[in-house]
Ligand binder design. Structure first.
Ligand code: N01
Length: 551
């Protein structure tokens, strides 16, 4: 499979250096963590597998890639100057603009000289004698640090299904999550896309404009809401910038971490006419806020049925061929598998050269040299696009050989699914922290805001540790147990765990089925973290070189 890689400068491996902190990843989490650490006077080294900053926005360069949280909110809020100087051009910024923003942040805060690019962390081992993490990279670096901070991203390990005959295909195969930097020209070619999640629904309409024939291989139909993307006017931007801090404050208090009007009324208490009106109005505004049409949609199956029914009727009204329309109508719970936001996705199936194949009914048997063979027939193709998503939330962490106290591996500790305290730390892995780890709101929120909260909390903790001479920070196993019980309970109060999705790991064969993120929302989660600090970092064990320390 063709992969997008950055340049790999020929630099000598670094051996023996000691830092206060190692940060893994230079996406938004790694960049802000680095900025914070530098501001606190800590020495830090960041290792980044890509050739530049931006994380998921560095790799996901497929046609049509853009954010689906409004740009004016999908950005750092920690610097009022940054907020004021950056101008987003569209309601939902394209990938190229988000990557430019990431580069601007790296330059503005002078981050690059602390980042080693084109270098993947391969191993991290806790040294119990020296109380430090010893890390290794794929370029031979061997360095150590008191703290190891994993900012590896929740959606950064591509999920590549193992189809028979994959290596025999004569044309190129691309994964949306590792798109070639030089782009792909589909003009006049027969293209097959496997998958119908967010990456597919964004890329399919663009690929269809170029390809001579496009065949989409769908296993599960997806709900998608129109983006109604538009250019932002200077007047609109100014209206936000005039009181940006107020918008940011409202977003921080919201479960989702971004602000939009939310209707708390019950869908079941509304009359059918009221419901229809509400859904029509929300559809006309578009985007993820459609899920905020009523307050009980994600809690009551019968309420959810009403929005699912509305969305299916919309699909049938857009797609002209009734058989294709039926195939595109999802039968699962609305919004509990990540909702998609599209521009012209369903309309694309009205084009004469676009076909949909139901691979639930006739699964892919193998990839042949000429294309894809299902149990039903052969589809000749020039290019295959895997829009098959990610080994989400745990994939990137578990690719690293992480050994904690007594040499215990993270892979073993998480063999039945990820466990930790507050999504921040795993008992047995002292001084290692995860930014937006499983067990925190992360992917269920405006992730940049979730990142900021984690980084700021961690910065405060490390400053506290430095001031108190604390050498070891480790979550208690009992704190982990009660946090994980809370994560499960809050998920079980909703419909989310009932759906098969990457939230539950069910998209990756063999992955334990566990609902991974904390669903209580970023506002509530922030309060929990603040209370924990007010209670003397309850749930963490601190150890100082000189004196025993705090609970
Ligand atoms: O991945 P997905 P994605 N055989 O897992 C199918 C974020 N994101 O890259 O549903 C055949 O959603 C799979 O089928 P099924 C966003 O959070 C955001 O699209 O498992 N098919 C599914 O249809 C998003 O949710 C944006 O049955 C196989 C598809 O591949 C997340 O990233 C844009 C298969 C994968 O869909 C992931 O999105 C893009 C197999 N063996 C991504 N394995 C924004 O707009 C998998 N599939 C911000």
């Amino acid at each position: 499979m063709t992969a997008a890689t950055g340049t790999r400068p020929d630099r000598p491996a670094e051996v023996g250096s000691v830092f206060d902190a190692i940060v893994v990843g230079a996406g938004f989490a790694g960049m802000y963590m680095l900025h914070r650490l530098r501001g606190l006077g800590f020495s830090a080294r960041v290792y980044e597998a890509g050739g530049g900053v931006g994380g998921t926005w560095y790799w996901n360069r497929y046609p049509g890639a853009r954010c689906d949280v409004e740009s004016m909110q999908y950005s750092f809020s920690f610097s009022e100057e940054l907020d004021q100087e950056w101008n987003w051009s569209e309601k939902y910024a394209p990938q190229s603009e988000i990557l430019s923003y990431a580069n601007h942040v790296a330059d503005r805060f002078d981050l690059r000289r602390h980042i080693v690019f084109d270098t993947r962390l391969t191993a991290a081992t806790f040294d119990e004698v020296e109380n430090c993490w010893r890390v290794e990279t794929d370029r031979g670096d061997k360095v150590s640090a008191k703290f190891c901070i994993m900012a590896v991203g929740c959606l950064s390990a591509p999920n590549r299904p193992h189809f028979k005959g994959l290596e025999d295909f004569q044309g190129p195969i691309y994964h949306t999550g590792e798109w070639p930097h030089e782009g792909v020209d589909f003009t006049g070619l027969r293209v097959g896309v496997i998958g119908t999640g967010s990456s597919a629904i964004q890329s399919i309409p663009i690929i269809a404009q170029q390809a001579s024939a496009l065949t989409v291989f769908q296993r599960t139909a997806t709900y998608s809401v129109p983006a109604w993307n538009e250019k932002l006017t200077p007047e609109y931007r100014q209206s936000i910038k005039a009181d940006y801090p107020a918008l940011r404050a409202k977003a921080r208090a919201r479960p989702t971490g971004f602000y939009f009007p939310f209707n708390m009324k019950s869908a079941l208490e509304a009359s059918p006419e009221e419901r229809e009106k509400q859904y029509e109005e929300a559809w006309a505004k578009g985007g993820l806020p459609f899920l905020g049409s009523f307050g009980d949609l994600l809690f009551e199956k019968s309420a959810n049925d009403t929005i699912a029914d509305f969305a299916r009727r919309k699909i049938r009204s857009i797609v002209k061929d009734p058989k294709t329309a039926e195939l595109l109508c999802p039968d699962n719970i609305f919004g509990c598998k990540r909702l998609c936001v599209d521009t012209g996705y369903f309309e694309t199936y009205n084009l004469p050269h676009v076909d949909l194949v139901n691979i639930r009914a006739t699964p892919i048997d193998k990839i042949t040299p000429e294309g894809i063979r299902t149990t039903d027939k052969d589809y000749p193709l020039d290019i295959i696009v895997f829009a098959t998503g990610f080994d989400a939330m745990t994939g990137s962490l578990l690719k690293i050989d992480i050994a904690g106290r007594d040499g215990v591996k993270l892979q073993d500790t998480w063999s039945a699914g990820p466990v930790n305290y507050l999504g921040l730390q795993v008992p047995g892995f002292p001084n290692m922290f995860t930014i937006t780890g499983p067990g925190s709101p992360s992917v269920l929120a405006n992730v940049i805001l979730a990142i900021e909260q984690h980084v700021e909390w961690l910065g405060d903790l490390l400053r506290h540790a430095q001031a108190q001479g604390i050498t070891e920070i480790e979550a208690h196993a009992t704190a982990q147990e009660s946090w994980m019980a809370g994560v499960r309970d809050s998920a079980d109060r909703t419909l989310y765990p009932r759906a098969n999705s990457w939230y539950t790991g069910s998209n990756v064969p063999g992955k334990p089925r566990v609902f991974m993120p904390y669903i209580g929302g970023v506002g509530r989660y922030r309060q929990i973290c603040e209370q924990m600090v007010a209670d003397g970092y309850k749930g963490f064990r601190f150890e100082a070189k000189t004196a025993a320390a705090a609970e």
